[in-house]
Write a protein that binds this ligand. Structure first.
Ligand code: SF4
Length: 699
């Protein structure tokens, strides 16, 4: 009788920012492979796993993985050696740079890449290619909250205190965050808080599974979050709930905020937001009177053309009531992507060098240049944001693109325009493990590893750095991200700057590069991460425990105080009119992740939700003769999609909702607007004007 072969893989979920740990057991018995997935104890999810994590092995082990470099010849992909692939990249990029200048090559990364890849990718762009154009899809995930945190606190870290403190909080505002579907393993924290007596306020245009848990659901008009926060501030200030001692000692700018709030009438806020005065008053007074409180925001507030200011105004609410830097009191940006936090700290962002240093700051440039062994003058300057890179691609200012772990054709707003631009590129290289829609347009595809096959660190939404170690070999000829970047650098004659032999070598360099920076990882080592499970940054030395709760005594700004600023009530840039009479908002569903490249390859997840849909209120549907579960055409000024209708009273009558995980005719980003937040360049994914109509049945 054949003996069963058992392989046990200790790993970490590749999807959202919680980074739950798990054990996957593969058993081969009589030639048949079986898998068992068990959650593993870890501080963030406390040993819980959601359905995405339980099934994450399926896409990693699919037979559809890309396992060798593929070059497009006469319109067909044909396998080539790594040597040929590297030579072709070096040759094409060099020809383009000689003809159009260094900045004609763009580099585009992703928020699910490890810290080591994010760091190496930033260095690859600046040192190997010497282009200023690098950005990544995390721009769409974190930039509004990051801009707000940096300005208000002097530091941007997802949560300012550990998740466990949610249980201690007396009042929680969850603004534009659907934790129940996006980070489901965090729900027990909120349920426990509620059992402990916390009052939970959810701000969302939809009655989501998260909103069902709320004591008060503010069903806001999309895009009016900044105004709602002004309403809360009005109730707090007029009700005498502000913490004058904290405001005086720990903040600046409150007088301007007070003056601005004095000029606002609550009736205006009611008209703007569609939330009743009674509800605004209850929310403001509950939060104001609670002894502790937290505000968590996510894409609902942030993916707006005024997202960074809307977040700042929720931070104003926290500061006005002195609820930060104390147990159970703080701010949290609930990141979406696996490494949404670390991915924004180490240099794959247009304006940034490792350690959250600025590429426009001479001291920072000199420090990083020294670590990299180059002259500061040779470092390029600041580039542009992710969508602006797509505009440059369309305008053919960028003629060659190196893309790693991202699918911009589906994830960018105004997707038809983005696709048109990518088709104009002279040379597109895509490093990915699966055939994404963007990979299909590539001239060259480089096979990469899945989460089960690569070692690296990721920083979860709490700012806790975690080590994920490789648990199996990569299929075929697939290579680690850093090996690919080093291989190309060698062919470009820049190999001396990329002489790594493993991911830990890169982390050791990253530690030094981040030393003294805002996101200081110097005290974190792989050995420590193995021993301690995870370490919070900042962690300036190996004997430093890492800072779990930030801002207890001061804020890392020149005067040590948090900065408050008056935030005007703003409308979304694009508003409904006669031609496009409804708001369209977008989001996630429980079983899928980002553009679905990975989760659509999981039979279990795909079976749960195999097609997109549009949520519409039954009254609106009746008026437009739309039946439930029927095909409808949704249009905006930029394009149209055809999806199935889902009639539900859980959405506002003036609003439609579509998830973001599908491509082609179901891609909601064919409709979303290219308008960007001027401060952080976040696209306003969460609001555009749309029209909807039934698709006539074919006869
Ligand atoms: Fe945990 Fe998020 Fe993965 Fe679910 S998707 S298992 S919550 S890391």
């Amino acid at each position: 009788m054949e003996t069963a072969i058992k392989t046990v893989m200790e790993t970490q979920c590749p999807f959202c920012s919680v980074q739950c740990k798990m054990t996957i057991t593969e058993q081969i018995e009589q030639g048949v492979k079986k898998y068992e997935v068990a959650p593993k104890q870890n501080a963030a999810s406390e040993g819980r796993l959601c359905i995405k994590g339980m099934n994450a092995y399926q896409h990693a082990l699919t037979g559809e993985r890309i396992s060798e470099p593929l070059m497009k010849k006469n319109g067909e992909f044909v396998p080539v050696s790594w040597k040929e692939a590297y030579s072709r990249i070096a040759e094409q990029f060099t020809v383009l740079q000689n003809e159009y200048g260094r900045d004609t090559i763009g580099v585009y990364g992703g928020g699910s890449l490890t810290n080591e890849t994010s760091y190496a990718l930033g260095k690859f762009a600046r040192v190997a290619l010497q282009t200023k154009y690098i950005d990544y899809n995390g721009r769409f995930c974190m930039s509004a909250a990051a801009a707000a945190g940096n300005k208000a606190f002097g530091l941007d870290r997802g949560l300012t205190n550990p998740l466990a403190e949610v249980r201690e909080s007396e009042c929680l505002i969850l603004a534009g965050t659907n934790i129940a579907e996006c980070q489901p393993t965090l729900m027990p924290y909120f349920r426990d808080a509620k059992e402990n007596g916390a009052f939970i306020i959810v701000v969302d245009p939809r009655s989501t599974a998260t909103a069902e848990m709320a004591d008060l659901h503010l069903r806001i008009k999309p895009g009016t979050d900044a105004a709602l926060a002004n309403g809360l501030l009005k109730v707090i200030i007029d009700g005498g709930y502000s913490d004058e001692d904290f405001l005086e000692k720990r903040t600046t700018g409150f007088d301007d905020v007070r003056e601005h709030i004095d000029s606002i009438k609550l009736e205006e806020i009611v008209a703007l937001t569609g939330v009743s005065q009674e509800d605004i008053e209850e929310a403001g007074s509950r939060f104001g009177q609670a002894a502790s409180g937290m505000v968590l925001t996510a894409r609902g507030v942030e993916q707006q053309t005024d997202g960074s200011m809307a977040v700042r105004n929720f931070i104003n609410v926290l500061l006005a009531t002195g609820k930060i830097g104390k147990p159970g009191s703080g701010y949290g940006a609930v990141t979406g992507q696996a490494n949404g936090q670390g991915g924004r700290e180490h240099g794959q962002k247009a304006d940034q060098l490792p350690g959250y240093r600025s590429i426009e700051n001479d001291e920072h440039r000199a420090y990083i240049a020294k670590v990299w062994g180059i002259e500061p003058e040779s470092l390029p300057g600041q580039g542009v944001s992710a969508y602006e890179m797509m505009e440059k691609v369309h305008a053919q200012e960028i003629r060659g693109l190196f893309l790693m772990g991202s699918n911009p054709i589906v994830s960018n707003p105004n997707a038809n325009f983005v696709e048109e631009g990518l088709k104009k590129l002279d040379f597109l290289v895509v490093a990915d493990m699966l055939f994404s829609e963007t990979a299909q347009l590539a001239d060259l595809i480089l096979p990469t590893t899945a989460y089960l096959e690569n070692t690296g660190t990721l920083t979860n939404l709490e700012g806790r750095v975690l080590l994920r170690e490789a648990a199996r070999k990569a299929p075929g000829l697939a290579k680690q991200d850093w090996e690919i970047l080093s291989g190309i650098a060698v062919t470009l004659g820049k190999g001396a700057y990329f002489s790594y032999s493993c991911a830990e070598d890169i982390f050791e360099e990253l530690r030094v590069a981040s030393k003294g920076g805002i996101a200081d990882y110097y005290g974190i080592t792989y050995d420590r991460l193995r021993r301690e499970e995870g370490v919070y940054w900042p962690c300036p030395s190996e004997d430093h425990p890492g800072e779990a709760r930030l801002f207890q005594a001061s804020f890392p700004r020149p005067d040590g105080r948090a900065e408050m600023i008056a935030v005007p009530n703003q409308f979304p840039k694009e508003r409904p009119d006669d031609g496009y009479p409804l708001y369209l908002t977008t989001g996630r569903v429980l079983g899928h992740y980002l553009t679905g490249v990975q989760t659509h390859k999981s039979p279990t997840l795909e079976a749960r939700q195999f097609e997109s849909f549009v949520e519409i209120h039954p009254k609106t549907a009746r008026r437009l003769s739309i039946k439930d579960d029927s095909l409808v055409r949704v249009r905006s000024r930029r394009g149209e999609v055809i999806v199935r209708s889902k009639l539900t009273a859980s959405i506002r009558e003036d609003t439609l909702f579509m998830p973001m995980h599908w491509n082609g005719i179901q891609n909601v980003n064919k409709l979303t607007s290219e308008a960007l937040d001027p401060a952080c360049k976040m696209p306003g994914f969460k609001v555009c004007a749309a029209a909807i109509a039934p698709v006539p049945a074919l006869i």
